[in-house]
Design a protein around this ligand. Sequence first.
Ligand code: 3PG
Length: 209
Amino acid sequence: MTQAQDLEAILTPPVVPVLTIAETTDAVALARALAEGGLTVLEITLRTTAALQAIRDIAAAVPDAVVGAGTIRTPEDAEAAIAAGAHFLVSPGITPRIMEAAQRWRVPFLPGVATASEAMALADFGYAFLKFFPAEQSGGIAALKAWAPPLYDIRFCPTGGINAANAADYLALPNVVCVGGSWVAPANMVAEKDWSGITKLAETAAVLR
Ligand code: 3PG
């Protein structure tokens, strides 16, 4: 299977919640709330000290969820995430060290790009499914439409600045497989442990396409 086929087999819901978890104790309840609403594929960003334990806990306790790790910036981040049980890895960009190490990773990798040149460089390495980051700030829907003819064999998961108001427009594009975003798990709702409210947000997002 190619990188794109491996990832497309996993990233089936239209929206991938991008979760920056402050308290490990919230992780399982949050994952359950999102999965109950139909968002079963989750990206936990490696930006907090709670992140790796959150991945471990979700992988162990929420069989309905497929948990991945985001904010992979170094090979060491990737190794720690894989050891914690991450099923896929997401990076905001690429580095030579990451490209070299990624050949050995046992889980699918969604690398981030913001330009046509970066997308072409990754396609050369066999990556035809890319995160477009930060999507809104880098041209958004207009950029994806402009890339579609020349980058005809590359598909994207735009992330960054996507929300309930613009997600459906992204998902309507033929070169968009799914979108990522934090809007389905707002920090205030997590702090208030409003799990039923988060399930409702997930239900709305899960039928956007
Ligand atoms: C990411 O972490 O991948 C993005 O910053 C999420 O962006 P958002 O908070 O604008 O959805």
